[in-house]
Write a protein that binds this ligand. Structure first.
Ligand code: ARG
Length: 370
């Protein structure tokens, strides 16, 4: 495509898909003004949103520097997604001190002790390109570094567990049946080669090389290697005590920080991630809750999505991203803003929002938690 063809394609996507943030903020004059090399680099970043016009975001960074280099294009869509007005300076502070607030859903209603919760952070090593631009050798080299770090966790009685790789020939390689079992158990990530957004960005390339996961002995601390970000570090638990969940994640993250080369950060955007939706705290905290009353038994998520939006939460069906039906009213709720909020603010928002939805649900007929 010539630059003018790109520009006119984006104009038509803007009309047909007004929610595609990349298309919404695409700046034709800026694009025309770039030299051919930079234009080509920017094309690789926005190709996913051109070929997938139904994208919500429509862009993935290829290297940590992209956020600075292409700020005139990327900053407006980052602000739009994270709700930060143009005249407000973006500032990413961190706060992991969970001693200041008690966020225990079980204290609101004992039935909420049965909710399953998960909090993850995305991290990328500064010494490699982001996943969309990695070679197969780089993917495997990064996995080797991570696997070496995990040997220390495995020897530590607080962690234990094992590293499981799907890289052909890896000393940690598991077979297909074991991989399927881990996916079904919601521990391992799905085959990325089926994801059209990631495919166009090159993020799923070389599948399954350089991909794997660490899981602790208690199966409550996990690290994905080689998914949409170099590392996705997560803690999970059944039970409503968010303080315990966040502390487990912070402790594990601290250990990995000691064991690995430095993570990529930006002075403006905090933790650097492939997808602009994950910048900042790089954190997604979610819980699965049964809200049959608010969702008509999972048939209709539109009302609960509206209610949740006013609480700063996004709702998905419990089947993960792009799933909509919430079987029996089981939904996934999570604070949507990740940039400009601290880790503890995210925890508080999830707690307050879950409590508010639960109160609405309890006023709307019989219900049960999960
Ligand atoms: N690239 C997809 C889109 O723009 C997903 C964006 C958010 N999800 C994610 N996993 N990064 O709609």
């Amino acid at each position: 495509m010539t630059p003018e063809q790109v520009i006119s394609t984006l104009q038509s996507i803007r009309n047909t898909n007004p929610d595609n943030l990349m298309a919404r903020h695409f700046n034709a004059d800026y694009f025309r003004g770039l030299d051919a090399g930079l234009r080509q680099r920017l094309m690789k970043i926005i190709a996913t949103g051109i070929e997938n016009s139904d994208s919500q975001m429509g862009a993935y960074a290829m290297s940590p520097e992209d956020y600075d280099l292409f700020a005139p294009m990327l900053d407006p869509l980052i602000r739009d997604f994270h709700g930060i007005p143009e005249d407000v300076q973006i500032a990413q502070a961190h706060d992991w001190d969970s001693s200041k607030s008690s966020c225990d859903l079980g204290k609101i209603d004992p039935r909420l002790e049965a909710v399953s919760m998960r909090v993850r952070v995305a991290r990328n090593l500064g010494s490699f390109p982001l996943p969309g631009a990695m070679t197969r050798d780089q993917r495997v080299a990064l996995e080797d570094l991570a696997a070496e770090a995990f040997t220390h966790l495995c020897k530590d009685t607080n962690y234990g567990g094992q590293y499981l790789s799907i890289t052909p020939g890896s000393p940690y390689e598991i077979d297909g049946a074991e991989y399927d079992r881990r996916v079904a158990a919601h521990q391992m990530f799905k085959d990325m080669s089926g994801d059209r957004y990631l495919n166009v960005a090159g993020i799923s390339a070389d599948w399954p090389y350089g991909r794997g996961m660490y899981v602790s002995g208690a199966q409550d601390f996990l690290v994905w290697v080689g998914e949409e970000d170099h590392l996705r570090i997560m803690a999970m638990q059944t039970g409503g005590n968010l303080n315990a969940l966040f502390k487990r994640l912070h402790d594990g993250l601290g250990r990995l920080q000691e064991l690995l080369p430095a993570f990529a950060t930006s002075p403006v955007y905090g933790n650097v991630t492939s997808c602009p939706t994950n910048l900042g705290a790089g954190m997604r905290a979610s819980l699965h809750m049964r809200l049959p009353g608010l969702t008509k038994n999972g048939q209709d998520l539109s009302r609960v999505k509206e209610d949740a939006k006013s609480l700063g939460l996004a709702v998905r069906g419990a089947g993960g991203e792009h799933s909509d039906a919430g079987e029996g009213g089981l939904v996934d709720i999570s604070p949507s803003v990740r940039l400009g909020v601290t880790e503890m603010q995210i925890m508080q928002r999830l707690f307050d929002g879950a409590a508010a939805l639960w109160a609405m649900e309890s006023g709307s007929g019989p219900s049960s938690a999960e």
